[in-house]
Design a protein. Structure first.
Length: 255
C-alpha cells in the first residue's frame, strides 16, 4: 500500500462550524492576501437541466484545490425544494499531490463570503462602530450578523432589510440581539429616549405657565373683562395661552 493511500482523507461538512471562529477566518484571509497570486483555471460545461462549473486554483507554497458546483435553476421549484447551486471543494497536498480534504461547497462559500466582508470592515470601519445594516435574510445574512456582532461588540443599532418584514423579524429574533446589548448600553438608550420625549413637553409647559402669568399684564385694563366685571372669567389666561401657541404653530408651518 502506498504512503498516500495511508493518508486519512478529511471530509468536512457543517459540523466544522463548531471548530471555526470569525476572528480566525478573517486572519486566514488576511494572511492569504500576502501570498503570491493564485493561478486560476475555470471550466463551464452543460449538463442535464443545468451546468457544471469547475474552478481550480494553485498557490505556490500552499497547495491546490478544485471547486465543482452544479447550477440547476429549476431545483427550488421541486417538491421538496433543492438548492440551485450545490458543490464540493477538493484540497490537494502540494508536495505529493494527493487529496487532503473534501469540503462542503456551501459551507466554504458561507465562511469565505462573510469573512471577506469582515476583512474589509476591519480596515474601513471604525473599531467602535455602533450601527450595522444587512440587506437580505438568507444564510449569508445570518452569518454577517453573527460575524459583525462578534468582531464589533459596540454595535447597538442593527437593522435588517428583507423582502418581507416577517422574515427580517424572524432572523432578528433568532439572533437574539436584544440580549447582546449590555445593561449600561440599554440604560443609556433609555435615558436619551427619555430626554427626547420629555424636553419638548417640559418647554411647552414652562412657556404656557410663563404666558399665563404675564397675560394679565399684556392685556390693557380697558379691554380686560376681569378688570371691570363684578366677577372673574375663569380660564381667560389659559385661553389666551392656547391662542398664542396656536398662532406660533401656524406661523411655523407657513415657512
Amino acid at each position: 500500500m502506498s504512503d498516500t493511500a495511508k493518508t486519512a482523507l478529511l471530509v468536512l461538512g457543517p459540523e466544522l462550524t463548531d471548530q471555526l471562529s470569525w476572528a480566525d477566518a478573517v486572519e486566514a484571509l488576511r494572511k492569504g492576501h500576502t501570498l503570491p497570486r493564485a493561478a486560476i483555471s475555470d471550466m463551464l460545461m452543460p449538463m442535464a437541466e443545468g451546468e457544471l462549473l469547475t474552478r481550480s486554483a494553485a498557490i505556490s507554497g500552499l497547495g491546490a484545490g478544485t471547486k465543482s458546483v452544479t447550477i440547476r435553476p429549476n431545483n427550488p421549484a421541486l417538491s421538496p425544494p433543492v438548492p440551485s447551486v450545490q458543490g464540493l471543494f477538493t484540497l490537494f497536498d502540494e508536495d505529493l499531490g494527493h487529496p487532503v480534504a473534501l469540503i462542503d461547497g456551501a459551507l466554504l462559500t458561507f465562511w469565505k463570503t462573510v469573512a471577506d466582508s469582515l476583512l474589509g470592515a476591519s480596515y474601513l470601519a471604525p473599531k467602535d462602530a455602533k450601527s450595522l445594516a444587512v440587506i437580505g435574510t438568507g444564510p449569508i445574512a445570518k452569518g454577517l450578523l453573527e460575524g459583525y456582532v462578534t468582531l464589533f461588540p459596540e454595535l447597538t443599532d442593527i437593522r435588517i432589510w428583507g423582502r418581507t418584514r416577517d422574515r427580517a423579524q424572524a432572523i432578528a429574533d433568532e439572533m437574539n440581539f436584544r440580549k447582546r446589548i449590555s445593561f449600561f448600553a440599554r440604560l443609556r438608550n433609555y435615558f436619551i429616549t427619555g430626554i427626547v420625549v420629555l424636553v419638548p413637553i417640559g418647554i411647552t409647559l414652562y412657556l404656557t405657565t410663563f404666558f399665563i402669568k404675564i397675560s394679565s399684564k399684556l392685556i390693557p385694563q380697558g379691554i380686560n373683562p376681569n378688570s371691570y366685571l363684578p366677577f372673574a372669567i375663569p380660564g381667560l389666561e389659559i385661553l389666551l395661552s392656547i391662542i398664542f401657541i396656536t398662532l406660533v404653530g401656524g406661523l411655523s408651518l407657513s415657512f
